[in-house]
Design a protein around this ligand. Structure first.
Ligand SMILES: Nc1ncnc2c1ncn2[C@@H]1O[C@H](COP(=O)(O)OP(=O)(O)O)[C@@H](O)[C@H]1O
Ligand SMILES: [Mg+2]
Length: 391
């Protein structure tokens, strides 16, 4: 049984499960005297299931921290709604929202040790077995050796773990973490990330983790909310976001190595849409239906989806016959990595290369003449001006 369902309040047993968190048309406009208004969050919608772990992923300045601060009650809401379960909380004082926050900037009390800092809030609320709870969390976040230190003596990575522990010991129904692992070194980051996920599963907090690191987001989250320009661009499982990006921004922000993006022209050929890339005459088949013959589009091909094969020199130029899929290209360079290789191939008339992740047994050399291809359903087309996905 989770600790959540045994919470005590005022000595009474209060049964409660995880709570949903629903943001509707959330807007934040910053205004300072003598300065222009700035809309940091522009109508954000997000419906998070009880107990779900969401990663809010987006570039610096896209409004992630502002969104968390509004949920926590540390920032006023310009308009829109925030509901925890069925309760509208957007006008409630922070202390009443029962939202746990792990913000790096959240002050620790300097004269108190780490242990005292962690115990402080629990004692004030007369939480039973506070010391044991603090010790248990400290053990799991690998911070037993820092419990007697004062905040001034901590590294930024240690401070970050204290902030995380402080949010976790309060055992909140909703937990908000802003870049919780950014200052940890690589190996500690992996371990703490794993422990964070285990704790989240065990306790069932509905959790938002803000990050600009896609690996962190993909490994932690049940679903990703990819954010840019103050709005959610796509909300889905890691697979949905990777396999079926809703626009060019999402396609480029998620995925490592990054998706290849280049201009192309859609053609109707034998009742299908193909896309010409470069001036070499080849084209890639697509499953796109809603684009007129001759439309200039933006093409996206993930390195993991692209393939490369030797050009058939017996066919004159090596350009594939019109009915088949593939564009002729020349290998510009080839990198041998551990589990796969990366071939970068250029097509006539275009400078940027198409990046292809190749199987470990393949080796290519610069100047090799090749045909680049990809499964039709993995050749993404985007509107050349708006970046919206064409389907
Ligand atoms: N208190 C503030 N006053 C004015 N502008 C702010 C304030 N806080 C943040 N901003 C601006 O709002 C935008 C979003 O900021 P923030 O939510 O911190 O982004 P993120 O966490 O995604 O990096 C940024 O352009 C930032 O400069
Ligand atoms: Mg931020």
């Amino acid at each position: 049984m989770s600790i959540l369902s045994e919470r005590r309040r005022g000595g009474e047993q209060v049964t409660q499960g995880a709570q949903s968190l629903t943001l509707s048309d959330l807007v934040k406009t910053y205004s300072a005297r003598g300065r222009e208004e700035f809309r940091a969050v522009k109508g954000l919608n997000l419906a998070i299931e009880p107990g779900e772990l969401i990663a809010l992923l987006g570039p610096s300045g896209c409004g992630k921290t502002t969104t968390l601060r509004m949920i926590a009650g540390l920032e006023t809401v310009t308009s829109g709604s925030i509901r925890i379960g069925d309760t509208e909380v957007s006008q409630m004082p922070a202390a009443q929202r029962r939202v746990g926050v792990g913000f790096e900037s959240y002050a620790l009390y300097p004269p108190m040790s780490v242990r005292e800092n962690l115990l402080y809030g629990l004692k004030a609320r007369k939480v039973p077995d506070a010391a044991a709870k603090v010790d248990a969390i400290a053990e799991r976040l690998e911070m037993t050796d820092m419990m007697d230190l004062r905040p001034a003596g901590l590294s930024s990575g240690q401070k970050q773990r204290v902030a995380l522990a402080r949010a976790l010991v309060r055992n909140p129904p909703v937990l908000l973490l802003d870049e919780p692992l950014s200052h940890l070194d690589a190996s500690a980051r992996q371990r703490v990330r794993r422990e964070l996920k285990v704790l989240q599963r065990e306790f069932g907090y509905t959790t938002i983790v803000v990050t600009h690191d896609q690996v962190e987001a993909l490994s932690l989250a049940d679903r990703l909310a990819v954010m840019d320009g103050g709005v959610v661009q796509q909300f889905g499982t890691p697979d949905e976001v990777f396999d079926d990006p809703s626009n060019l921004f999402v396609a480029q922000f998620v995925g490592e190595p990054a998706i290849t993006v280049l201009p192309g022209v859609a053609r109707h050929r034998d009742g299908r849409v193909v896309v010409e890339i470069g001036s070499g005459g080849g084209a890639l088949a697509t499953t796109v239906e809603s684009v007129a013959d001759g439309t200039a589009v933006t093409v996206g091909i993930r390195p993991q989806d692209a393939t490369v094969r030797a050009a058939d020199e017996t066919q004159g130029t090596g350009v594939p016959a019109a009915a088949t899929s593939g564009v002729s290209a020349t290998v510009a360079y080839f990198e041998h990595l551990l589990e796969f290789g990366l071939a970068t191939a250029t097509v006539p008339g275009r400078e940027e290369g198409i990046v292809v992740a190749t199987p470990p047994e393949q080796t290519w050399s610069a100047e090799d003449r090749v045909v680049v291809d990809a499964p039709a359903e993995r050749v993404y087309l985007f509107d050349a001006s708006s970046g919206e996905r064409l389907r």
